[in-house]
Design a protein around this ligand. Structure first.
Ligand SMILES: C[S@@+](CC[C@H](N)C(=O)[O-])C[C@H]1O[C@@H](n2cnc3c(N)ncnc32)[C@H](O)[C@@H]1O
Length: 256
């Protein structure tokens, strides 16, 4: 995924000029991702539906990604069960994220972000891929929500701008299916230990991946607590996969 090909020339924040674009100009910005398709997805527990625009030509995406120094694949372009499951959890328990600033890691197409915004979260979305951030912002505004603050970041190498944004940490961080590579377990745990404020919540959804299990294990050794529920779908666009999603409510040690 190319971060050089950025929406944010000269910085990590989307520029003021890019925020507040008209719908037509937003659409134009994402059309370089090749052919797009619109899908209506329904969250399995709440029944809430969102219209998601996403790329449907993997070759274009792989070409965009081929010079990425991190060798990330364009996973942001798919609808993952974990993002859908976490969206439903948020809608079921909105009070958990209404009390302060919320940061989302690995936003993808924006499904979880929309649920958070719909219950009034003061949300910042973040992702390594600027393509994800452009599409998420498009989907969020097309579904009638206000555009959230947006930050490009690499959780393996957080920038000074990101550190400044985090300050003393967020009371809530949300993240769906961000632990699928073993190389990310330690960087993400290190990150969690400062981006989540003491006593704060990391609301993490993952489809029973080994890396995610390892992350939770190591976090518990460091004093984090975890409350877990499992969800079965059906998952939009992945109906037949039989994926079970674990949703963790992890609390960082320390007082609120
Ligand atoms: C499997 S996708 C999940 C997307 C979304 N949360 C969902 O559940 O549909 C993983 C997301 O993490 C992002 N990501 C991967 N590596 C990253 C990194 N080093 N720093 C920040 N984001 C990263 C990807 O671009 C992608 O959007």
């Amino acid at each position: 995924m190319s971060s050089a090909d950025s929406t944010s020339a000269g910085g990590s924040w989307l520029s003021a000029a890019r925020r507040g674009l008209s719908a037509a100009r937003r659409r134009h910005a994402i059309e370089r991702l090749g052919p797009l398709e619109d899908v209506d997805i329904q969250l399995p527990r709440s029944g809430v539906t969102y219209r998601i625009t996403k790329p449907n030509d993997i070759d274009t995406l792989l070409t965009i990604a081929e010079n990425d120094p991190e060798e990330n694949l364009p996973y942001w372009a798919a609808l993952w069960p974990s993002g859908v499951a976490l969206a439903d959890e948020i809608l079921a328990e909105p009070e958990l994220i209404q009390s302060g600033r919320v940061l989302e890691l690995g936003t993808g197409l924006g499904v979880t972000a929309m649920a958070a915004l719909s219950v009034g979260a003061d949300l910042i979305i973040s992702d390594y891929a600027n393509e994800s951030l452009q599409l998420a912002a498009y989907n969020i505004t097309e579904n009638g929500f206000n555009e959230p603050a947006v930050m490009q970041m690499n959780w393996r190498d957080p920038s000074d701008k990101f550190r400044k944004l985090v300050g003393n940490g967020f009371p809530v961080v949300i993240a769906a299916d961000v632990l699928y590579e073993l190389r990310d377990v330690e960087p993400l745990l290190e990150l969690a230990n400062w981006i989540v404020a003491p006593g704060g919540l990391l609301w993490l959804a993952e489809p029973r991946r080994y890396s995610a299990g390892r992350f939770v294990e190591l976090a518990e050794e460091q004093g984090w607590t975890d409350e877990l529920v499992e969800r079965e779908g059906p998952w939009p666009e992945m109906e037949d996969t039989g994926v079970t999603v674990r949703v963790h409510r992890m609390r960082r040690p320390g007082s609120d």
